[in-house]
Design a protein around this ligand. Structure first.
Ligand code: CP
Length: 306
């Protein structure tokens, strides 16, 4: 594969291969000398049309730890502000001969469109409510390291599934790896067609969390709710916020996950986010390893590209 645009279409062995590669990169990030030279001479451009802390920082660090030259395109100060289109922006950067473009955009499908136009590898760092494949990989890696496997686990994905590319990519990846996937949400926060995605649907946290091995909370994306349905925070937390009482329905050693950024007191209580079952910080650490693995998998070995 030249691009990583989504988990859709990836075979289980390809996902496992990326997780195995990422496992090998964890040690690199934990040692004093974090620098490798496998991507020396390669140019990576991060092009983020939407805000990001974790994804952009970890892609930048991943590229630098592999020895690549990394450039962060500051979209806010770019000619996008003067009306330049996505494709013209991408073609302009493409003319500077990068080897890999890491792209986040608010429109579903925008990254795939861009990938058709440029001459380098493209990684989807999140496109609208469509996909966020490296998030699904780092989530799978975090689960696998704690539980030793993914197959047969029950994973409850809870909250604002409607607006969540993280949920979509995780449903695809976890199903491919043999997990039983549940979604737990009010019907107003579920996308049309969710029934076709091999998930069990629950509308009550108490039911959806019963016996779960992993509880994955999603951010309530109020900025994407155009006035139609904006639940009150107090009501939302009461029914769908993860607190200790609701978590007690899951298995005693269930993992608590959140892709970040968190709304504390909205979808998750601080006592749970910072509690003993939380692996939220570890998810962030795995993000660097996963992105190192993905970039090495996409870029051919040095010297073979003429
Ligand atoms: N999980 C995630 O994508 O976080 P950022 O938006 O901070 O990159």
């Amino acid at each position: 594969h030249r691009h990583l645009l989504g988990m859709a279409g990836l075979q289980p062995f390809e996902i496992e291969d990326l997780l195995d590669r990422a496992e090998g990169e964890i040690a690199t990030s934990r040692q004093d000398d974090k620098k490798k030279s496998v991507l020396k001479g390669r140019t990576q451009i991060n092009l983020f049309f939407e805000a990001s802390t974790r994804t952009q920082a970890s892609f930048e660090l991943a590229g630098k730890r592999l020895g690549a030259d990394v450039m962060n395109m500051s979209v806010g100060n770019s000619s996008v502000k003067k009306g330049e289109t996505l494709i013209d922006t991408a073609m302009t950067l493409n003319a500077m001969r990068p080897d890999i473009l890491v792209v986040r955009h608010h429109a579903a499908g925008a990254v795939a469109l861009l990938a058709q136009k440029v001459g380098c590898s493209v990684v989807n760092a999140g496109d609208g409510a469509h996909e966020h494949p490296t998030q699904a990989l780092l989530d799978a890696l975090t689960i696998r390291r704690h539980k030793g496997r993914i197959g047969g686990l029950t994973v409850a994905i809870c909250g604002d599934v409607l607006h969540s590319r993280v949920a979509r990519s995780n449903i695809l990846a976890l199903n491919a790896l043999g997990a039983r996937v549940r979604v737990v949400a009010p019907s107003t926060l579920l996308p049309a067609g969710i029934e076709q995605m091999s998930v069990e649907i629950f509308h009550r946290m108490e039911d959806g969390l019963a016996g779960a091995d992993v509880v994955m909370m999603l951010r309530l994306q109020r900025e994407r709710m155009a006035g139609a349905f904006v639940p009150s925070i107090r009501e939302y937390f009461r029914y769908f916020g993860l607190d200790e009482a609701k978590l007690a329905r899951a298995k005693p050693n269930a993992l608590v996950m959140h892709p970040g950024p968190m709304n504390r007191g909205v979808e998750i209580a601080s006592s749970v986010a910072d509690g003993p079952q939380s692996v939220i910080e570890e998810q962030v650490e795995m993000g660097v390893a996963v992105r190192m693995a993905v970039m090495q998998a996409l870029l051919p070995a040095q010297g073979s590209n003429g």
